[in-house]
Design a protein around this ligand. Sequence first.
Ligand SMILES: Nc1ncnc2c1ncn2[C@@H]1O[C@H](COP(=O)(O)OP(=O)(O)OP(=O)(O)O)[C@@H](O)[C@H]1O
Ligand SMILES: [Mg+2]
Length: 227
Amino acid sequence: MKEENIILKATRLRKTFHSPKKTTVLSGVDLQVKRGESVAITGRSGQGKSTLLYILGTLEDPCSGTIEIDGKTVLTQNRSEIRNQHLAFIFQNFHLLEDYTALENVLMPAKIARRNTSKGSEAFRRGCELLETVGLSERLHYHTKLLSGGEKQRVAIARALCNDPDILFADEPSGNLDKQSAKQIHQLLIDFSKRSNKSVVIVTHDPELAGLCDTRYELSNGSLGIV
Ligand SMILES: Nc1ncnc2c1ncn2[C@@H]1O[C@H](COP(=O)(O)OP(=O)(O)OP(=O)(O)O)[C@@H](O)[C@H]1O
Ligand SMILES: [Mg+2]
């Protein structure tokens, strides 16, 4: 595989939790993700899928092993820069700011990056466009606490795409949704990857979503195997 096609390279990741009970969840995991690739990580509950996703996304440290994103080794000093530049996340419970509107939530990453988000700005226009892409142009100014689960997750996707990430990490993105809303979320994730040649790494129990991804792995007893 040509190195420049690889956006994420994880080598010999190990992770053991020592309290309250010694639990080894990763015992030497290697993973390479290509640009534009959609990857599903499946496995039984408690096998360490979320832990692996957070480590790949630089939110949590492994006990040992390395992670390279876009050819740069993730180190303590550069991790927030790498995260802001390349990565985005969505979670099962959406993690929206419920007292803010859909548009305000989507513009939050741009605000944090100190970009101009006022009406008429480039970021504002992009925020509206992203909410339109996920089918929420009628809900721009709704407080997100008023939205349905499926709508909330679509706001979270629009927010994740606001800074144009190279990799979108998703932990059980449709775990709390009905079948119809889940289908919509799956399609948005796969479309994002295909249309813009970006990568998605999705932890899921849903065989339908896993089946839509280019590559499917199963995490079991600390090892990652291709399915
Ligand atoms: N911070 C922590 N401290 C101690 N143990 C932890 C910690 N985080 C996770 N664990 C343990 O590590 C194991 C893997 O947890 P993880 O949440 O990664 O599993 P999972 O595969 O995502 O499960 P699920 O499918 O239920 O979400 C579990 O046994 C869990 O109790
Ligand atoms: Mg989990």
